[in-house]
Design a protein around this ligand. Sequence first.
Ligand SMILES: [Fe+2]
Ligand SMILES: [Fe+2]
Length: 475
Amino acid sequence: MSGINYSEKIPNNVNLSEDRTLQRALEQWQPNFINWWDDMGPEGSTDMDVYLRTAVSVDPQGWAQFGHVKMRDYRWGVFMNPGEQDRKIHFGDHIGEKAWQDVPGEHRANLRRIIVTQGDTEPASVEQQRHLGLTAPSMYDLRNLFQINVEEGRHLWAMVYLLHKYFGKDGREEADALLQRNSGNEDNPRILQAFNEKTPDWLSFFMFTYFTDRDGKFQLCALAESAFDPLARTTKFMLTEEAHHMFVGESGVSRTIQRTVDVMNELKTDDVGKLRAAGVIDLPTIQRYINFHFSVTIDLFGADESSNAATFYSSGLKGRYEEGKRGDDHILKGNSYKILSVEDGKLIEKEVPMLNALNEVLRDDYITDSKGGIDRWNRVIAKAGIPFTLKAPHKAFHRNIGSLSGSKITPDGQVVTDEQWMAQVGEWLPTNEDRAYVASLMGRVVEPGKFANWIAPPVMGINRQPVDFDYVRFN
Ligand SMILES: [Fe+2]
Ligand SMILES: [Fe+2]
């Protein structure tokens, strides 16, 4: 049941061979996907054999098989968690009814939009990260980058399968368009702004995988509750892969901090100039990167008040994070929730109907979760005996979506004028100088067991291999 059929052109556990038309349509899409991978996937990686994790089944034993493969030959496929018998819808207006195995006509447009928006982020991140292999700080890190890239490619497959199987001609057109939009492209950009930003250096990459892949986790968790059962089962399996992406981010930032505090202690200094001369990334710069990635990512949850969010929930398309663990009525009519807005130059809280504030509810759950990693980074600093604390910026800082988007608000939550913002923004967000300095550190280190000067080695290798294992063979 949960085994994956690798004898077919498209590995799958959804009995693809029983639906010839669908199989043929996906087999036609496949070469376009490979062309996209060749054009937009990791630069210069074609001949490399990479120690990758591949799923052979979706159960705990089988989803992580390791071996050296060429990424082009990675077995991208269509995998779903097994279905629950008689699964019932557990939130919204249809609560208690049977979960849908097909798309109800009245929800078709919204479901398609949700799947396309999720699907668009997957190839976008591969595009954003395509140059990073050229400046990897180690072979271990290079392998982790590539693992994430192939899995984002598979996540695209997961969404494309749903589009092809359940949305007919429009679904096939949307699947084609997912390969036509490109991150940062002026004429045909990716749908969400954070996925059009550059990922120019490895500190940005680690921040992106910590903060932005975690947005992915929360969106997938909300979709894993969906009344549309194939979407729920697909996203549940995607979540098992997502955990590694966030691990790469959290441990990457942690190792960067470790190296910085080691050098601070060696040189007995917190002077930014001296630390930069020693080739490590000073903590204030790391704070500014956090401020940037945190604020750009929380915008991804959408407007704080949204009638779409209410519709998606009430109609059963998208639940809340951990919907099943919550003690309320799962209908939420008459409930309220506090959102922020600016009045008379001050941030104030305002009660609004909870159904309209569900983007904000998910954003707040995300914020709680993402602060956990910042606490763990602070432990690295504290253990080194250095008096410095990293902080998540205020939720209202540097927002471009929703009611706060017109206001200038500091990382501490103070509303300021445009002039005050301009005078101080260089303390809050990475400056051109910061970015140029970080870029200057990026050189390629790929001998097994060697690490760039600005980052500490990991505590352990991948899949219990040693840290100096040959994770990538260059041939
Ligand atoms: Fe993904
Ligand atoms: Fe991811």
